[in-house]
Design a protein. Structure first.
Length: 213
């Protein structure tokens, strides 16, 4: 039998840290005791042990009582709830989430639109999920909860807002232009500012220039 070495331990740890998993991937929590067999004093082992530690995390939903699910971000879980891990009904606390990881959290409640948002335990040990009544959701849009803008953006507290689920295609943009979107003040809720001065409602040609500036 070959000698157990630190290089073998490192290979085990690398498999444990793999974000995409795969048939041969070792779950993070299982990688630690396996690697201890090869190199119990490995610095990499100490680092991974800290990363897979699962701190107590709390989730709250507005309204309360929503079912909360979680998935690894890279798994790209879809609408099928079988692809998600259930954490329980909010408000709740759990220690099932390793500190090292980037996740998607989902909230479900009858009468409300499904809510999916990202969660990174290192950035905080609590998450607030604000849901919207199903009959208030604009078609093709998702609600982004209020929060602090993340780097590289400058620190800025943002209010909640609606965002298109997918980027606007060239075809959709052409439909907007052809329908006179640049000529309808109802579509433009924010003031136009150029060189520090607010502009009155411009014509179609001028507004296109202002938007590109």
């Amino acid at each position: 039998m070959g000698r157990k070495t630190s290089s073998t331990a490192n290979r085990t740890l690398d498999r444990g840290k793999s974000p995409t998993g795969g048939a041969e991937a070792v779950p993070q929590a299982e990688a630690v005791p396996q690697a201890e067999e090869y190199a119990p004093a490995s610095p990499a082992l100490f680092a991974l042990a800290e990363g897979v530690a699962s701190p107590l995390v709390s989730f709250q939903t507005t309204p309360a009582g929503a079912q909360v699910y979680i998935s690894d971000y890279v798994v790209a879980a879809g609408d099928d709830l079988a692809q998600w891990q259930s954490l329980g009904n909010a408000p709740l606390q759990t220690n099932q989430i390793p500190r090292w990881g980037f996740y998607r959290v989902r909230a479900e409640k009858k009468g409300f639109a499904s809510l999916v948002q990202t969660y990174f335990p290192v950035s905080g040990l609590s998450a607030e999920l604000t849901m919207q009544a199903a009959n208030t959701v604009p078609p093709g849009m998702v609600w982004v909860s209020a929060g602090l803008a993340q780097p590289p953006a400058p620190p800025l507290q943002l209010p909640g807002f609606w965002l298109d689920t997918y980027e606007v295609t060239n075809r959709k943009f052409k439909e907007f232009v052809d329908a006179g979107g640049y000529q309808k003040p109802d579509y433009w809720k924010q003031p136009f500012v150029k060189n520090g001065k607010s502009l009155s409602w411009p014509g179609a040609g001028e507004i296109a220039i202002v938007v590109r500036c």
